[in-house]
Design a protein around this ligand. Structure first.
Ligand code: HEM
Ligand code: HEM
Length: 249
Protein backbone atom coordinates (compact mmCIF):
# COMPACT_ATOMS: atom_id res chain seq x y z
CA UNK A 1 0.00 0.00 0.00
CA UNK A 2 2.67 2.54 1.09
CA UNK A 3 4.83 1.53 -1.89
CA UNK A 4 2.00 2.12 -4.36
CA UNK A 5 1.11 5.49 -2.83
CA UNK A 6 4.78 6.57 -2.74
CA UNK A 7 5.28 5.60 -6.39
CA UNK A 8 2.12 7.37 -7.59
CA UNK A 9 3.04 10.49 -5.61
CA UNK A 10 6.55 10.45 -7.08
CA UNK A 11 5.22 10.18 -10.64
CA UNK A 12 2.58 12.88 -10.17
CA UNK A 13 4.92 15.27 -8.40
CA UNK A 14 7.73 14.83 -10.90
CA UNK A 15 5.35 15.40 -13.80
CA UNK A 16 4.41 18.59 -11.98
CA UNK A 17 8.11 19.30 -11.61
CA UNK A 18 8.67 19.25 -15.36
CA UNK A 19 5.81 21.68 -15.84
CA UNK A 20 6.72 24.14 -13.09
CA UNK A 21 10.47 23.87 -13.47
CA UNK A 22 10.60 24.56 -17.18
CA UNK A 23 8.29 27.51 -16.93
CA UNK A 24 10.48 30.41 -15.79
CA UNK A 25 8.72 33.35 -14.16
CA UNK A 26 8.45 36.52 -16.27
CA UNK A 27 10.16 38.65 -13.65
CA UNK A 28 13.14 36.39 -13.56
CA UNK A 29 14.80 35.95 -16.90
CA UNK A 30 17.39 35.26 -14.30
CA UNK A 31 20.38 33.05 -14.27
CA UNK A 32 19.49 31.05 -17.35
CA UNK A 33 22.06 32.70 -19.58
CA UNK A 34 24.22 34.67 -17.21
CA UNK A 35 27.82 35.30 -18.21
CA UNK A 36 30.04 32.80 -16.46
CA UNK A 37 32.11 35.50 -14.77
CA UNK A 38 29.10 36.94 -12.89
CA UNK A 39 29.52 36.95 -9.12
CA UNK A 40 26.52 35.92 -7.02
CA UNK A 41 27.85 36.45 -3.50
CA UNK A 42 25.23 38.61 -1.80
CA UNK A 43 23.69 39.71 -5.08
CA UNK A 44 19.91 39.24 -4.99
CA UNK A 45 18.72 40.05 -8.51
CA UNK A 46 20.46 38.76 -11.57
CA UNK A 47 19.04 40.11 -14.79
CA UNK A 48 20.35 38.70 -18.02
CA UNK A 49 19.18 38.64 -21.61
CA UNK A 50 16.96 35.76 -22.75
CA UNK A 51 18.55 32.93 -24.71
CA UNK A 52 18.28 33.59 -28.47
CA UNK A 53 17.18 30.83 -30.82
CA UNK A 54 15.26 30.29 -34.01
CA UNK A 55 12.20 28.72 -32.34
CA UNK A 56 10.53 28.35 -28.97
CA UNK A 57 11.43 24.64 -28.96
CA UNK A 58 15.13 25.19 -29.57
CA UNK A 59 15.22 28.04 -27.08
CA UNK A 60 13.63 25.80 -24.47
CA UNK A 61 16.06 22.98 -25.18
CA UNK A 62 19.02 25.39 -25.11
CA UNK A 63 17.79 26.79 -21.80
CA UNK A 64 17.28 23.28 -20.44
CA UNK A 65 20.82 22.28 -21.46
CA UNK A 66 22.51 25.24 -19.80
CA UNK A 67 20.28 25.74 -16.76
CA UNK A 68 18.74 22.36 -15.91
CA UNK A 69 20.23 22.27 -12.36
CA UNK A 70 18.60 25.58 -11.55
CA UNK A 71 15.20 24.40 -12.84
CA UNK A 72 15.54 21.16 -10.88
CA UNK A 73 16.50 23.07 -7.71
CA UNK A 74 13.47 25.31 -8.02
CA UNK A 75 11.00 22.62 -8.98
CA UNK A 76 12.18 20.15 -6.33
CA UNK A 77 12.05 22.95 -3.72
CA UNK A 78 8.45 23.69 -4.69
CA UNK A 79 7.45 20.02 -4.60
CA UNK A 80 9.13 19.66 -1.20
CA UNK A 81 7.17 22.70 -0.02
CA UNK A 82 3.86 21.21 -1.18
CA UNK A 83 4.72 17.89 0.48
CA UNK A 84 5.60 19.68 3.72
CA UNK A 85 2.30 21.55 3.67
CA UNK A 86 0.40 18.25 3.18
CA UNK A 87 2.42 16.56 5.93
CA UNK A 88 1.75 19.20 8.55
CA UNK A 89 -1.96 19.32 7.76
CA UNK A 90 -2.37 15.53 7.60
CA UNK A 91 -0.23 15.10 10.75
CA UNK A 92 -2.22 17.62 12.76
CA UNK A 93 -5.36 16.07 11.23
CA UNK A 94 -4.35 12.65 12.58
CA UNK A 95 -4.11 14.12 16.06
CA UNK A 96 -7.30 16.17 15.89
CA UNK A 97 -9.23 13.53 13.92
CA UNK A 98 -9.96 15.64 10.81
CA UNK A 99 -7.76 13.47 8.55
CA UNK A 100 -9.86 10.41 9.41
CA UNK A 101 -12.99 12.12 8.11
CA UNK A 102 -11.39 12.01 4.65
CA UNK A 103 -9.38 8.78 4.79
CA UNK A 104 -9.65 5.65 6.87
CA UNK A 105 -6.83 5.39 9.45
CA UNK A 106 -4.64 2.84 7.63
CA UNK A 107 -4.79 4.76 4.34
CA UNK A 108 -4.21 8.06 6.14
CA UNK A 109 -1.15 6.66 7.89
CA UNK A 110 0.28 5.11 4.68
CA UNK A 111 -0.31 8.33 2.71
CA UNK A 112 1.38 10.44 5.39
CA UNK A 113 4.39 8.12 5.38
CA UNK A 114 4.53 8.12 1.57
CA UNK A 115 4.38 11.93 1.41
CA UNK A 116 7.15 12.00 4.06
CA UNK A 117 9.35 9.94 1.76
CA UNK A 118 8.52 12.10 -1.28
CA UNK A 119 9.42 15.15 0.83
CA UNK A 120 12.79 13.72 1.84
CA UNK A 121 13.66 12.64 -1.73
CA UNK A 122 12.69 16.07 -3.12
CA UNK A 123 14.92 17.82 -0.56
CA UNK A 124 17.79 15.51 -1.49
CA UNK A 125 17.37 16.36 -5.19
CA UNK A 126 17.04 20.07 -4.29
CA UNK A 127 20.46 20.01 -2.61
CA UNK A 128 22.21 17.75 -5.13
CA UNK A 129 21.04 19.80 -8.15
CA UNK A 130 22.70 22.90 -6.65
CA UNK A 131 26.09 21.16 -6.95
CA UNK A 132 25.73 21.10 -10.74
CA UNK A 133 24.70 24.72 -11.16
CA UNK A 134 27.28 26.76 -13.09
CA UNK A 135 25.63 30.11 -12.44
CA UNK A 136 25.07 29.84 -8.69
CA UNK A 137 27.91 27.52 -7.77
CA UNK A 138 27.61 25.62 -4.47
CA UNK A 139 30.29 23.21 -3.22
CA UNK A 140 29.48 20.11 -1.16
CA UNK A 141 30.67 21.98 1.97
CA UNK A 142 28.41 24.93 1.18
CA UNK A 143 25.40 22.63 0.81
CA UNK A 144 26.15 20.71 4.03
CA UNK A 145 27.58 23.34 6.40
CA UNK A 146 25.42 26.27 7.56
CA UNK A 147 26.94 29.72 6.77
CA UNK A 148 29.73 28.25 4.60
CA UNK A 149 28.12 29.77 1.50
CA UNK A 150 28.12 33.48 0.65
CA UNK A 151 24.86 33.29 -1.29
CA UNK A 152 22.54 36.22 -0.59
CA UNK A 153 24.08 37.37 2.66
CA UNK A 154 21.70 39.00 5.09
CA UNK A 155 22.23 42.29 6.89
CA UNK A 156 19.72 43.21 9.58
CA UNK A 157 20.06 46.50 11.50
CA UNK A 158 23.68 46.80 10.38
CA UNK A 159 24.61 43.27 11.51
CA UNK A 160 25.79 40.75 8.97
CA UNK A 161 24.19 37.32 9.48
CA UNK A 162 25.98 35.68 6.55
CA UNK A 163 23.95 33.35 4.35
CA UNK A 164 21.22 33.02 6.97
CA UNK A 165 18.43 32.03 4.55
CA UNK A 166 20.50 29.22 3.05
CA UNK A 167 21.50 28.11 6.58
CA UNK A 168 17.82 27.79 7.57
CA UNK A 169 17.36 25.31 4.69
CA UNK A 170 20.40 23.33 5.84
CA UNK A 171 19.18 23.20 9.46
CA UNK A 172 15.75 22.10 8.20
CA UNK A 173 17.37 19.30 6.17
CA UNK A 174 19.20 17.93 9.24
CA UNK A 175 16.00 18.09 11.29
CA UNK A 176 14.21 16.28 8.46
CA UNK A 177 16.85 13.56 8.36
CA UNK A 178 16.40 12.99 12.11
CA UNK A 179 12.61 12.97 11.80
CA UNK A 180 12.44 10.54 8.88
CA UNK A 181 15.07 8.15 10.29
CA UNK A 182 13.39 8.02 13.70
CA UNK A 183 10.00 7.49 12.02
CA UNK A 184 11.27 4.59 9.94
CA UNK A 185 13.28 2.99 12.78
CA UNK A 186 11.59 3.84 16.08
CA UNK A 187 7.90 4.35 15.50
CA UNK A 188 6.96 0.87 16.73
CA UNK A 189 9.92 0.11 19.00
CA UNK A 190 10.37 3.40 20.86
CA UNK A 191 7.11 5.32 20.45
CA UNK A 192 7.84 7.98 23.09
CA UNK A 193 11.24 8.85 21.72
CA UNK A 194 9.84 8.78 18.16
CA UNK A 195 7.05 11.15 19.15
CA UNK A 196 9.50 13.67 20.64
CA UNK A 197 11.48 13.73 17.39
CA UNK A 198 8.28 14.12 15.40
CA UNK A 199 7.68 17.56 16.92
CA UNK A 200 10.68 18.66 14.82
CA UNK A 201 8.12 18.86 11.98
CA UNK A 202 6.92 22.22 13.30
CA UNK A 203 10.46 23.60 13.48
CA UNK A 204 11.08 22.41 9.90
CA UNK A 205 7.94 24.21 8.73
CA UNK A 206 9.08 27.52 10.26
CA UNK A 207 12.66 27.21 8.93
CA UNK A 208 11.50 26.29 5.42
CA UNK A 209 8.94 29.10 5.37
CA UNK A 210 11.60 31.81 5.81
CA UNK A 211 14.22 29.96 3.73
CA UNK A 212 11.96 29.80 0.68
CA UNK A 213 10.32 33.18 1.19
CA UNK A 214 13.69 34.92 1.04
CA UNK A 215 15.53 32.79 -1.53
CA UNK A 216 13.01 31.40 -3.95
CA UNK A 217 12.91 32.72 -7.48
CA UNK A 218 9.30 31.65 -7.94
CA UNK A 219 8.28 32.81 -4.49
CA UNK A 220 9.93 36.21 -4.95
CA UNK A 221 6.92 37.89 -6.61
CA UNK A 222 3.29 37.57 -7.61
CA UNK A 223 0.83 34.76 -7.14
CA UNK A 224 3.38 32.18 -5.91
CA UNK A 225 4.49 34.53 -3.13
CA UNK A 226 0.90 35.24 -2.12
CA UNK A 227 0.13 31.51 -2.13
CA UNK A 228 3.21 30.81 -0.02
CA UNK A 229 2.16 33.37 2.59
CA UNK A 230 -1.39 31.95 2.63
CA UNK A 231 0.06 28.46 3.12
CA UNK A 232 2.13 29.81 6.02
CA UNK A 233 -1.01 31.25 7.62
CA UNK A 234 -2.92 27.98 7.16
CA UNK A 235 -0.07 26.11 8.90
CA UNK A 236 -0.11 28.65 11.74
CA UNK A 237 -3.87 28.07 12.20
CA UNK A 238 -3.33 24.28 12.12
CA UNK A 239 -0.71 24.65 14.86
CA UNK A 240 -3.19 26.62 16.99
CA UNK A 241 -5.71 23.76 16.55
CA UNK A 242 -2.97 21.31 17.55
CA UNK A 243 -2.11 23.31 20.67
CA UNK A 244 -5.74 23.40 21.73
CA UNK A 245 -5.85 19.62 21.32
CA UNK A 246 -2.60 19.32 23.33
CA UNK A 247 -4.56 19.92 26.52
CA UNK A 248 -6.40 16.66 25.99
CA UNK A 249 -3.55 14.49 24.53
C1 HEM B 1 8.38 9.32 6.60
C2 HEM B 1 8.01 8.84 7.72
C3 HEM B 1 6.87 9.36 8.59
C4 HEM B 1 6.02 8.55 9.28
C5 HEM B 1 6.04 7.03 9.33
C6 HEM B 1 5.12 9.42 10.02
C7 HEM B 1 4.08 8.96 10.85
C8 HEM B 1 3.25 9.75 11.60
C9 HEM B 1 2.18 9.27 12.46
C10 HEM B 1 1.80 7.79 12.66
C11 HEM B 1 1.61 10.34 13.06
C12 HEM B 1 0.42 10.34 14.05
C13 HEM B 1 0.98 10.44 15.44
C14 HEM B 1 -0.03 10.17 16.52
O1 HEM B 1 -1.17 9.76 16.21
O2 HEM B 1 0.31 10.37 17.70
C15 HEM B 1 2.32 11.52 12.57
C16 HEM B 1 2.06 12.80 12.99
C17 HEM B 1 2.62 13.92 12.44
N1 HEM B 1 3.54 13.96 11.41
FE1 HEM B 1 4.48 12.36 10.57
N2 HEM B 1 5.42 10.72 9.76
C18 HEM B 1 6.48 10.73 8.88
C19 HEM B 1 7.10 11.87 8.37
C20 HEM B 1 6.71 13.17 8.64
C21 HEM B 1 7.35 14.34 8.09
C22 HEM B 1 8.56 14.33 7.12
C23 HEM B 1 6.67 15.43 8.58
C24 HEM B 1 6.91 16.89 8.33
C25 HEM B 1 8.09 17.43 8.26
C26 HEM B 1 5.62 14.93 9.46
C27 HEM B 1 4.75 15.72 10.17
C28 HEM B 1 3.86 15.27 11.13
C29 HEM B 1 3.10 16.12 12.04
C30 HEM B 1 3.14 17.64 12.10
C31 HEM B 1 2.35 15.28 12.87
C32 HEM B 1 1.47 15.68 14.07
C33 HEM B 1 2.40 15.53 15.29
C34 HEM B 1 1.83 16.04 16.59
O3 HEM B 1 1.51 17.24 16.69
O4 HEM B 1 1.74 15.25 17.54
N3 HEM B 1 5.68 13.56 9.46
N4 HEM B 1 3.29 11.12 11.70
C1 HEM C 1 13.92 20.89 4.22
C2 HEM C 1 14.80 21.36 3.36
C3 HEM C 1 14.49 22.37 2.26
C4 HEM C 1 13.31 22.75 1.69
C5 HEM C 1 11.89 22.21 1.97
C6 HEM C 1 13.60 23.78 0.73
C7 HEM C 1 12.65 24.43 -0.04
C8 HEM C 1 12.91 25.47 -0.91
C9 HEM C 1 11.93 26.19 -1.66
C10 HEM C 1 10.42 25.95 -1.60
C11 HEM C 1 12.57 27.12 -2.40
C12 HEM C 1 11.93 28.14 -3.35
C13 HEM C 1 11.94 27.58 -4.76
C14 HEM C 1 11.39 28.55 -5.76
O1 HEM C 1 10.94 29.65 -5.43
O2 HEM C 1 11.37 28.19 -6.95
C15 HEM C 1 13.98 27.00 -2.13
C16 HEM C 1 14.97 27.77 -2.71
C17 HEM C 1 16.31 27.55 -2.53
N1 HEM C 1 16.90 26.64 -1.69
FE1 HEM C 1 15.95 25.33 -0.50
N2 HEM C 1 14.96 24.01 0.70
C18 HEM C 1 15.54 23.16 1.63
C19 HEM C 1 16.89 23.02 1.88
C20 HEM C 1 17.89 23.64 1.18
C21 HEM C 1 19.30 23.37 1.31
C22 HEM C 1 19.94 22.31 2.22
C23 HEM C 1 19.96 24.19 0.43
C24 HEM C 1 21.43 24.24 0.15
C25 HEM C 1 22.28 24.92 0.64
C26 HEM C 1 18.95 25.01 -0.23
C27 HEM C 1 19.22 26.01 -1.15
C28 HEM C 1 18.27 26.76 -1.81
C29 HEM C 1 18.57 27.80 -2.78
C30 HEM C 1 19.95 28.26 -3.22
C31 HEM C 1 17.34 28.30 -3.23
C32 HEM C 1 17.12 29.40 -4.25
C33 HEM C 1 16.79 28.73 -5.60
C34 HEM C 1 16.10 29.71 -6.52
O3 HEM C 1 16.78 30.52 -7.15
O4 HEM C 1 14.86 29.68 -6.62
N3 HEM C 1 17.71 24.63 0.23
N4 HEM C 1 14.17 25.99 -1.21
Amino acid sequence: MTKKITLSLMVVSWLGLSFIGFNPPASAAIASAAPSNTSYGGSPDILVPAVQGPSVGSRLSSRAKTSWPWYITRASGLIAALALFTLILSGVGMITGYTFRLLEPLTAWATHRAVGIVFAVSVLIHGIALLFDHFVPFSVIQVLVPFASKYREVTIAGHNFGSLWVALGIFASYALLALVLTSLLWMDKKPHRWKSFHYLAYLIAVLVFFHALNLGTDLMHGIFRTLWIIMGLVIAIAIIFRLRRARSI
